[in-house]
Design a protein around this ligand. Structure first.
Ligand SMILES: Cc1cc2nc3c(=O)[nH]c(=O)nc-3n(C[C@H](O)[C@H](O)[C@H](O)COP(=O)(O)OP(=O)(O)OC[C@H]3O[C@@H](n4cnc5c(N)ncnc54)[C@H](O)[C@@H]3O)c2cc1C
Ligand SMILES: *[C@@H]1O[C@H](CO)[C@@H](O)[C@H](O)[C@H]1NC(C)=O
Ligand SMILES: *[C@@H]1O[C@H](CO)[C@@H](O)[C@H](O)[C@H]1NC(C)=O
Ligand SMILES: *[C@@H]1O[C@H](CO)[C@@H](O)[C@H](O)[C@H]1NC(C)=O
Ligand SMILES: *[C@@H]1O[C@H](CO)[C@@H](O)[C@H](O)[C@H]1NC(C)=O
Length: 330
């Protein structure tokens, strides 16, 4: 959409707003859905609720925007949905902070749009980026911070972070801690834990969901909750019951207490310039391999290229063939 068009929507919306009631009652009517609203109303709502219209408008994509399709396609992992007939969102919102997530929920409800939440786009049925009814896609691609607290052995990770990025962030801070999750590095923590999350250390440490200690979560009324304020029942349900059935996960706090022995070694089928880390877990006197995780530079290169759209280097095809192994679709 052109900037001038965008501004006229804003002006229109502001005019409408000046005739409407106070913001408090706008918020209190959050549950009222007005069917038949156009995407202009939706955009106006998103922009008028932001404190910086210039920066917020750069986070919104409509089909008129030339970046719309690349942004939508970026994490469509099931290639059968990469076709023109797949229903696309009316607006894609890519927040960099929590307030815009709340605003998106508020505006989608107010204007009668369904909300689809996408972290890594690995949903087998494409439910995070497609729908049969008009919808807004909330894409966590810009919210992928990872904060490893080595002393407390915990890690806060935002919904849009990939498992590979999580392993890499932990490996940058310590050689001994680990989070027991899956092998495919591009699966994102947002959807993964919502589905329970099985992985290579499952038999010893349980599912990934068993190793979550706290959460930042937005409920249907737009309220931000943590484990304490939501209570144990909801905290139990969102870890396996499909988080999007209940609300929006902003971040998980993980118990990264699991200790592993990391052996640095070169593997002969990977170019030596890259190097690999292979993590083995030693169990009593029977040393058996539980995990074989290629992390460090390999993952970081993969993630950089995948998520930051940087230029592929010569090794990429080779790297991808290695990294694709645990990501193979059955
Ligand atoms: C190649 C491949 C390998 C896989 N390997 C494993 C594995 O080893 N172990 C395992 O347990 N699973 C595995 N899975 C399944 C995977 O964990 C699920 O598909 C998971 O839901 C993907 O999360 P995502 O964020 O990448 O996907 P998305 O498509 O973004 O999300 C999946 C679902 O979660 C919802 N969701 C996403 N983000 C949020 C959020 N922030 N708040 C609320 N709801 C949200 C979406 O709306 C959607 O319904 C694999 C899947 C693929 C395609
Ligand atoms: C709003 O965002 C734009 C673009 O990011 C920035 O240049 C500008 O300084 C911001 N304005 C205010 C008032 O913060
Ligand atoms: C599309 O979005 C990008 C990124 O926010 C922005 O820079 C660009 O101006 C938008 N294009 C149109 C046509 O609005
Ligand atoms: C552990 O976490 C607590 C509470 O979040 C914090 O106050 C404390 O400083 C942390 N401890 C260390 C050693 O970082
Ligand atoms: C974290 O995980 C370790 C290892 O499994 C376990 O001993 C510990 O009790 C867990 N801590 C919490 C707070 O769940």
């Amino acid at each position: 959409m052109k900037k001038s068009q965008l501004s006229s929507y804003v002006v229109l919306f502001l005019l409408t707003l000046s005739f409407s009631v106070s913001r408090a009652s706008v918020l209190s009517s959050i549950l009222d859905i007005t069917p038949g609203s156009s995407s202009e109303d939706l955009l106006g709502c998103l922009l008028s609720n932001s404190n910086n219209i210039t920066s917020t408008s750069q986070l919104l994509f409509t089909p008129a925007n030339s970046s719309f399709l690349p942004v939508w396609q970026a994490s469509v992992q099931n290639t059968k949905f990469l076709k023109p007939s797949t229903p696309k969102p009316s607006v894609i919102v890519t927040p960099v902070e929590e307030t815009l997530v709340q605003t998106t929920l508020h505006c989608a409800k107010k204007h009668g749009y369904e909300l689809r939440i996408r972290s890594g786009g690995h949903d087998f049925e494409g439910l995070s980026y497609s729908s049969d009814v008009p919808f807004v896609m909330l894409d966590f691609t810009n919210m992928r911070a990872i904060d490893v607290d080595v002393a407390n052995r915990t890690t806060w990770v935002q919904a849009g972070a990939a498992l590979g990025a999580l392993y890499y962030a932990i490996s940058q801070k310590t050689d001994t801690l680990y989070f027991p999750a899956g092998l495919c590095p591009t699966v994102n923590i947002g959807g993964y834990i919502g589905g329970g999350g099985y992985g290579n250390l499952l038999r010893k440490y349980g599912t990934a969901a068993d190793n979550v200690v706290d959460v930042r979560f937005i409920d249907v009324n737009g309220k931000i909750l943590d484990r304490k304020s939501m209570g144990e029942d909801l905290f139990w349900a969102i870890r396996g019951g499909g988080a999007s059935s209940f609300g929006i996960v902003l971040a998980w706090k993980l118990n990264t207490s699991v200790t592993v022995t990391v052996l640095h070694q070169k593997s002969n089928h990977i170019s030596t310039s890259l190097g690999t880390l292979e993590a083995y877990h030693m169990h009593n006197d029977l040393a058996y391999v539980l995990a074989r995780i290629i992390t460090a530079e390999v993952i970081s290169k993969q993630l950089n290229t995948e998520f930051n759209k940087m230029k592929f280097d010569d090794d990429l095809a080779h790297l991808q063939s290695i990294l694709a192994l645990p990501c193979r679709k059955s």
